[in-house]
Design a protein around this ligand. Sequence first.
Ligand SMILES: [Zn+2]
Ligand SMILES: [Zn+2]
Length: 341
Amino acid sequence: MRAALIDKPFSVKFTHVSEPMITKANEVKIQTFVTGICGSEVHAFHGTHPFRIPPLVSGHEVAGVIIEVGSDVKDYKVGDRVTVEPHYGCGLCNLCKEGRYNICSQKLVLGAKDWSGSFGEFFVVPEQTVIKLPDNLSFEKGVLIEPIAVGMHAVRQSGLSVGQTVAIIGTGPIGLGVMLSAKMAGASKIIMTDALDFNLEVAQKMGCKYTINALKEDVFRKVLEITDGKGVDVTYIAFGNESTFADALKITKRGGAISEIAIVGVPVKIPISTLQLNEIRLYGSNMYTRIDFEIVRDAIANGDFDVEPLISKIMPIEEVEKAMKIVDKKLENVIKVLLKF
Ligand SMILES: [Zn+2]
Ligand SMILES: [Zn+2]
């Protein structure tokens, strides 16, 4: 089959690899129509991702069509337009039994070592990960359900309630997913920060009223201005480096909460006494579960979430090398680059 293969660090090629086959009765084989390049694919490309280790066919943001089903598959049939929730747990541990399979220690993730992903023309998944796309939802928009669902999970988990104020550090696809989800949850004011004006403009286009360029403006002062001197109820960290947590603690109001979503590869110092003195709750948020996917799918399909501005570029899979360079080196202003088979 045709595929984009990350054969070794800093090398991705369009090539042909052997096609994955259905081996279990509960499996579904899907033909990839469109797939997205996610930050974790860039980590895989760098050879720094903990479990997406080259050589591999990565890819986990996807929309396509079912071309084969195993003998036990009941809810799906050949020809169904679908996306997938690209992970599943062991099904046996207590977390899995509680529906928290996203944090199962035995969880498998699509596009990692032993599970060939959507950078290939075909891939095989267990039935429980499949999610149908309504007819009016394009494949391109269907691909975006996954990154937006990350934000939805964080918002649902943080217990954000109607009328509360929000800050989001990082205005990439995950941060923008938090923004859409926080709006749906009834946030009164949403403030987004980033170092890139292009990203902040996209946020504005998608309905975020308050944006701050962290390189050019004083984030702390501006957040206080916007929130009448209080700070925000919840800060979401959708981009993380050494100083992000200290920044988040500064702009979060007393008794507020911080949600950590970003993959941060370095140890971070936190002024922990502020957390204690101000009774700040700290949440970690890891991917999503099915309910997040379903809410986001329906919101995109019925027009509540306009995700069109997220799609910066659609390139043929043959140009994966060029596409990866654009995303990795930020050669162009892009939020999300999609690859088409
Ligand atoms: Zn992703
Ligand atoms: Zn489990």
